[in-house]
Write a protein that binds this ligand. Structure first.
Ligand code: SF4
Ligand code: SF4
Length: 133
């Protein structure tokens, strides 16, 4: 099995779901998410710009899903992104990850993969797309 974090060649979840979060995560309130990259959903919710449309794609996503992708605001991404885990991580199946991958014709990441270590990944986290830095 490859040592490369599958998220680094995926990015499907950033171009499939509406990525919404509580408004105060914005950098005009108590958080760090650049408000200029968001749009309102309701009086209490914001989402990443581009994810509230028919064919969602987060404005902060760099690259093409299924190829090389990364997040241009990785350190300041919303909690929704931080909490979304890759299927197979910690032996847990994430149906949403699998659904997004399937949309881009990417193979499923199975529960309990034989090896799940990514020593070459330039990150201390395993989940989701990674930093572009
Ligand atoms: S969490 Fe799943 S869908 Fe999202 S980038 Fe990683 S492998 Fe792809
Ligand atoms: S991880 Fe980054 S690119 Fe992906 S949805 Fe979140 S903010 Fe957008």
């Amino acid at each position: 099995m490859s040592d490369i974090n599958p998220c680094m060649t995926c990015g499907a979840c950033c171009a499939y779901f509406r990525v919404s979060f509580y408004w105060s995560e914005g950098d005009d309130a108590y958080g760090n998410v650049p408000v200029a990259l968001t749009e309102p959903v309701s009086p209490f919710l914001r989402c990443m710009r581009g994810t509230y449309q028919k064919d969602p794609r987060c404005i902060a996503l760099q690259g093409e899903p299924g190829e090389a992708t990364c997040c241009t605001i990785y350190e300041n991404r919303p909690s929704t992104c931080r909490e979304f885990v890759m299927s197979g991580e910690n032996g847990e199946l994430n149906e949403a990850c699998l659904r997004a991958r399937a949309h881009y014709h990417l193979p499923p990441l199975y529960k309990d993969p034989p090896i799940l270590t990514f020593p070459d990944a330039a990150t201390d986290e395993l989940s989701r797309v990674q930093s572009c830095a």
